[in-house]
Design a binder for this molecule. Structure first.
Ligand SMILES: CC(C)(COP(=O)(O)OP(=O)(O)OC[C@H]1O[C@@H](n2cnc3c(N)ncnc32)[C@H](O)[C@@H]1OP(=O)(O)O)[C@@H](O)C(=O)NCCC(=O)NCCS
Length: 251
């Protein structure tokens, strides 16, 4: 059977496999002894190796506890981190090599982690990784390569571009429109109908009032309360948020 994120193992077939195979649950998901099960799961590689990449392995395990879906092979890292090859990063999952080795794992799908460097990975292989404890409305649209941590909320008719990285408790309300490469730190909150441009960084626990526009590349400081539109590349802080400086290439 061809496996895919959507057609992989259903709860029903999982029950049948579970009866017929010895499956051990570990904190890293379903593992040793489940050869048959593993053959039905889709191979997955996480790109990057930082703390967020390791947390993503736990999100994969969370997903697998609900519906065994991903056979996590390990991590690939930028060439600059080639010394990590073979090192265990979390549990049984180790660094498989550098991005150059991507073709050796042609069947594997790919999950981006925050700060992972190359935007040149084949888009058709990149997945969205959504924690089962996040709420994503059925009418919301996600691009590709989004990572949505536990406790996030994505409301009705929200439109999200590629590579959203949403840390725990981030809230994207109804009708919000986000560009590509937006990062939302923990508990960052957008009220409804907000537009966020490409490459924006929304700091921890910031709040943005409804219907505002956040220009591309803007950075909203932690705890800021944004009550008016934000110009591109502006760094905003405080309550009410004020312009601190423009965002330079250094972030
Ligand atoms: C907004 C931010 C990028 C500014 O960083 P910076 O340019 O290095 O700013 P500085 O630390 O030099 O501070 C400059 C001034 O802004 C103030 N300031 C900085 N961040 C602030 C914030 N979040 N809220 C209120 N004031 C802030 C400082 O007190 C300082 O004020 P002063 O000039 O009156 O002394 C940073 O503070 C921030 O909030 N980053 C997001 C952090 C975050 O969400 N992390 C999550 C990790 S998962």
């Amino acid at each position: 059977m061809e496996t895919d994120a959507t057609t992989a193992v259903t709860p029903q077939s999982w029950g049948q496999i579970k009866d017929g195979a010895r499956i051990e649950e570990t904190r890293h998901g379903w593992s040793a002894g489940a050869t048959e099960l593993a053959s039905r799961m889709t191979p997955l590689i996480i790109l990057g190796s930082g703390p967020h990449a390791r947390e993503m392995a736990d999100i994969v395990a969370q997903i697998n506890r609900h519906v065994p879906t991903w056979d996590l092979l390990g991590y690939l890292v930028p060439v600059s981190q080639s010394d990590q090859r073979g090192k265990s990063l979390i549990g049984d999952h180790c660094c498989l090599g550098t991005y150059d080795a991507l073709d050796e794992f042609a069947d594997a799908r790919l999950a981006w982690s925050f700060g992972c460097l190359s935007p040149t990975f084949p888009r058709e292989r990149v997945i969205n990784l959504v924690s089962p404890s996040a709420f994503v409305a059925s009418t919301a649209q996600l691009g590709t390569g989004c990572v949505i941590y536990p406790g996030c909320f994505v409301g009705h008719d929200a439109e999200i571009g590629d590579r959203l990285f949403a840390l725990p408790g981030a809230t994207i309300n109804h009708d919000d429109v986000l560009g590509d490469d937006v990062t939302m730190a923990s508990s960052a909150t957008l009220a409804g109908q907000v537009t966020v441009g490409d490459g924006c960084y929304l700091g921890q626990s910031c709040t943005v009032r409804q219907e505002l526009r956040i220009g591309p590349g803007a950075m909203i400081g932690m705890g800021a309360v944004v009550i008016s539109d934000v110009s591109p590349k502006s760094v905003m802080v405080g309550n009410p948020a004020r312009h601190l400086r423009d965002r330079d290439d250094g972030g």
